[in-house]
Design a protein around this ligand. Sequence first.
Ligand SMILES: Nc1ncnc2c1ncn2[C@@H]1O[C@H](COP(=O)(O)OP(=O)(O)O)[C@@H](O)[C@H]1O
Ligand SMILES: [Mg+2]
Length: 276
Amino acid sequence: MSVEDSPASEEESAPEADGERTTEPKIRVENVTKQFGRIVALEDVSLEVEPGEIYALVGDNGAGKSTLMNVLSGVHEPTSGQIYKDGREVHFGNPSDARDNGIETVYQDLALMNDLDIATNIFMGQFPRKGGWPLQIIDWDETYERTEQIMMDQLGRDLDIRTEVEFLSGGQRQLVAIGRALAFDPDVIILDEPTSALSVDATRLVQDTIDKLADEGITIIIVSHNIESVLEHADRIGVLFRGSLVGTLEPSETDLEELNELMTTGTLESGLLDDD
Ligand SMILES: Nc1ncnc2c1ncn2[C@@H]1O[C@H](COP(=O)(O)OP(=O)(O)O)[C@@H](O)[C@H]1O
Ligand SMILES: [Mg+2]
C-alpha cells in the first residue's frame, strides 16, 4: 500500500483505499515566498489543506491572499518554496498547468458572457465535439446534457440552462461560474470572494452550494472578507498578515473578535497561538 508499490496514479487508487493512515494533504504549501521586486507579498508561508475541506483564507487588504491564490492557480510562480498536490510536488508555469492538476479558480469578476446562455458559458472554450477532423463540430446535445448534469447533480439547482446569463441574479451568476469550473472536473476549487457582492439570500445560495461540493469531496479554498460566513462554513481558517500566515483556526475554537484581532494585528493578546 505504500506509494512505491503502486503505479504512478495515486489519484485513482486514493478514494477506495480509505483508512485515515496515509492520506496526503490535498494541497501542501511549504515555505512559499513571493516577491514582486522589493515587495514581499508572501513570506515563508506553509499550510496544508485536507481533501474535501473548506479552507478559508482571510486577511486585511494587502495581506497576500490574492498572491497566494495566484500561486496556487498558476498565475504566479513562487520566488521560493514548494507546492504539493496529493503529496506530489508540482510546478505551475501558468493556469493551465494548475488546471491539468485538477485545480480550478473562480475569479471575482466571474468573466461571464451576458448574451450567451448558461450552457454556452459553462463550456465556452472546451465544448464537447463530434465528428472526425477536419469536420469536427460542437456537440450541442452533449453540451446541454452535461450542463444539466452539472446544474442538477453537482450544484443541485434547477435552472433553465438555456437562459441567457444577463437574466440571472448575482447568486445564480456565481453558480454558473462555479459550474464552469466543474466542467473541468477539478478536485480543488479556489474561490475569490464568492459572496462579496451578493445579497443575504444569494450568499446563502452560494454557501449551500459550496458546502454541497465539499460534501461531494471537492476541496475548497475560499478567499473571503466575510468573516461571519467563514466562521459558519469553513472547516479551518488561515489568517494572513503582511504576507505571513499568522494562524490557522477552527471556527469552533475562535470567534469574530479574535479573528479580527488576528487579522488586524497579526497576533493575539492572549498569546493563544504561540503553541509551536
Ligand atoms: N503584481 C504585483 N506587483 C507588485 N506588487 C504586488 C503585485 N500583486 C500584489 N502585490 C503586492 O503584494 C502585497 C499583497 O497583495 P495581495 O496578495 O493582493 O493582498 P490581498 O489579496 O490580501 O489584498 C501588497 O503589498 C500588494 O501591493
Ligand atoms: Mg486580493
